[in-house]
Design a protein around this ligand. Structure first.
Ligand code: PLP
Length: 392
């Protein structure tokens, strides 16, 4: 088999790590690399062309989220958006923040940084199914709490958290706090993995800030966003020319912003159909793999789960060995989140579910996407069965 043929027959089931750019997204972006390359801050016609495109992209995104265009901040990555939401929120001396044990590293690291400067963090645990309860968040609230950050759907196990319910609770809590002269508690969610499948309007979720990322929704890498509700007191992390309403300086990435807007338009078009089709394919894959071997278990709730996610423990098999075996015959899956894939450490998300280090290291993440076909799922089932046979 030559390299061209082997490329053709590869199967990509790692859509949670990143997605290919949709051809419509690419088409929308291309003019902004060449003909319309202007700097959006320039006064001349080139600059005007760029700022018009940027404004239009921002408006499309605002329409998608049913918010004001001034509430959309473009950033360079979801990692940066999470940093801005958490580290940028203006703090009085020693404040308290609530989060969960199953957030993305960018949330955890931002909070660790705040702890070093004297702020306090409560990390609410999830249950064995990977779910965080609303009441455990409620119990963690203190007088000096200023922020709650809860991931909408986890990147490793795809378990969907009750963000809307926490938002509703927080509305009540904030009303009481107002009456008692206490500060508002702001609510942030990392919606990076959820956006392809779940409703994410901030007013519906009742959040003040949420993070989204281009490359998880068939848009380009290196462009993301943070929704910031009006009057949320944020300080910029990056200083300079004052772009993005002063919250994120740096020459605007017009082509990628246009791409991100197009990607969101396509989410609107595909969301319902994709969710149904991908759930069916995912369940077919799950049934077939589980039937293969009684020692294969699903990590995390099936009921409260993104349609495209499986996280499976293959008892007795090391996940690195499985990953390599699958990859050698053309199946790309992952041993956890892409960011920590090279770290070879047991997943802290799986540890939060109660898995031992050994069990966590026997687990792999399989994520489907918009371009996954039935034929690919059939091939993936065969590859997994064959590889397990050969490795045992
Ligand atoms: N948050 C979640 C839930 C993610 O899955 C990821 C990427 O894997 C990120 C944040 C970081 O995204 P980015 O690659 O845009 O920095």
């Amino acid at each position: 088999m030559n390299s061209q043929e082997s490329k053709k027959s590869r199967i990509y089931l790692d859509y949670a790590a990143t997605t290919p750019v949709d051809s419509e997204v690419l088409k929308a972006m291309i003019p902004y690399f060449s003909d319309k390359f202007g700097n959006a801050s320039s006064v001349h016609s080139y600059g005007q062309e760029a700022i018009v495109a940027l404004d239009k992209a921002r408006q499309i995104i605002a329409d998608f989220f049913a918010c004001d265009w001034r509430e959309i901040i473009f950033t360079g990555s979801a990692t940066e958006s999470n940093n801005l939401a958490i580290r940028g929120l203006i703090k009085e001396t020693s404040v308290h923040i609530i989060t969960t044990t199953i957030e993305h590293e960018s949330v955890h690291e931002s909070l660790r940084q705040l702890e070093k400067s004297g702020h306090k963090v409560t990390r609410v645990k999830c249950d064995k199914e990977g779910l965080v309860s609303v009441s455990s968040i409620e119990k963690a609230v203190k007088d000096n709490t200023i922020l709650i950050s809860v991931i909408y759907a986890n990147n490793e196990i795809g378990v969907i958290q009750p963000v809307k319910e926490i938002g509703k609770l927080l509305e009540k809590i904030n009303k009481r706090r107002r009456e008692n002269g206490l500060n508002k508690i702001y609510f942030h969610t990392d919606a990076v993995q959820a956006l392809n499948y779940l409703e994410a309007r901030p007013d519906w979720l009742k959040v003040d800030m949420f993070t989204f990322s281009g490359h998880k929704i068939y848009g380009p890498k290196g462009i993301s966003g943070l929704y910031v509700r009006k009057n949320t007191p944020l300080n910029p992390l990056i200083l300079g020319g004052g772009q993005e309403f002063g919250l994120r300086s740096g020459t605007e990435n017009v082509a990628s912003s246009v791409g991100l807007a197009k990607a969101l338009e396509l989410v609107t078009k595909h969301r319902k159909k994709d969710s149904v089709r991908i759930t069916k394919l995912r369940d077919k894959l799950l049934d077939a793999i589980i039937k293969t071997n009684i020692n294969i278990k699903l990590n995390g709730s099936l009921k409260y789960r993104l349609p495209n996610n499986l996280n499976l423990r293959f008892a007795g098999y090391d996940n690195e060995t499985l990953l390599v075996a699958f990859d050698q015959v053309g199946l790309a899956v992952s041993a956890g989140s892409a960011c920590s894939a090279r770290a070879a450490k047991a997943s802290y998300v799986l540890s939060s579910l109660g898995l031992s280090d050994k069990e966590a290291k026997e687990s792999i993440r399989i994520t489907l996407g918009r371009y996954t076909t039935d034929a690919e799922i059939n091939s993936a089932i065969n590859i997994i069965k064959q590889s397990l046979k050969q490795l045992s």
